[in-house]
Design a protein around this ligand. Structure first.
Ligand code: HEC
Length: 213
């Protein structure tokens, strides 16, 4: 009896050790397979959201229909620190005459932060938009304490206005092909797919019909 009890106790202990070992092994396995990002990216969701505020087309798309007068109005938000007059003086922020095409954070004899002065490159449509959307994100540590303009239309209008405050305003860019193409592609793709689907069974029927002839 005592012997049997010991045997039972032994098996219980053994089972416990096996279970512990197994849990360590599976834990290790599953840990290794745990993805960095949880959840599955669902393709197509972004495209669906395009009508919403989140998905944004390239700034050129908005610039194509930008309004300089509206931009001048939005510029009131900047006027506490900037002017864009020809020969205008620097204030809290630098004078912005002719900013498009100028080196980033270098011009107008302004004491720029290292954050902006170290960015490199020249101001163009895209990086101005990125900067004005979120200055702190564009140049972490910037002196420009401005939250940013979240609406791409506002940015496009203000960039069009700034472009006009220049000795050599540039022609506003046309809407980029990528912004137009998906829309055209979608409508074109639908009937094309339908055709293909309609044709396939027909071809199949023909093929099937031939040997019967
Ligand atoms: C609170 C003051 C303030 C406001 C408001 C502000 N800015 Fe600035 N801006 C600055 C400062 C300061 C700098 C220099 C940033 C640095 O050196 O990091 C700057 C830099 C810039 C530059 C870069 C200039 C160059 O030569 O590289 C642009 C462009 C600019 N601002 C545009 C705007 C526009 C457009 C607005 C309005 C939507 C605006 N800023 C609002 C203070 C401001």
């Amino acid at each position: 009896m005592i012997d049997r009890n010991n045997t039972i106790a032994g098996w219980v202990l053994f089972a416990g050790i096996i279970a512990l070992g197994a849990s360590i092994v599976t834990g290790e396995l599953f840990h290794a397979e745990r993805p960095e990002k949880m959840g599955f990216p669902i393709e197509g969701v972004e495209a669906e959201g395009e009508a919403g505020a989140e998905a944004e087309k390239p700034i050129e798309f908005y610039l194509a229909s930008a309004d300089v007068a509206k931009g001048q109005d939005v510029f009131k938000k900047c006027a506490a620190c900037h002017n864009a007059d020809k020969g205008g003086s620097n204030a809290l922020g630098p004078n912005l005459w002719g900013i498009l095409g100028e080196p980033v954070g270098k011009g107008h004899a302004f004491a720029f932060s290292d954050a902006l002065a170290g960015k490199g490159g020249n101001w163009d449509w895209a990086n101005l938009s990125e900067w004005l959307a979120n200055p702190k994100k564009f140049a972490p540590g910037t002196k420009m304490t401005f939250a940013g303009l979240s609406k791409p239309e506002d940015r496009a209008n203000i960039i069009a206005y700034l472009n006009a405050q220049s000795d050599a305003p540039r022609p506003l860019p046309a809407a980029p092909a990528e912004a137009v193409a998906p829309a055209a592609g979608d409508s074109a793709a639908a009937p094309a797919e339908g055709e293909a689907a309609a044709e396939a069974p027909a071809a199949g029927n023909e093929a099937a019909a031939k040997p019967a002839e």
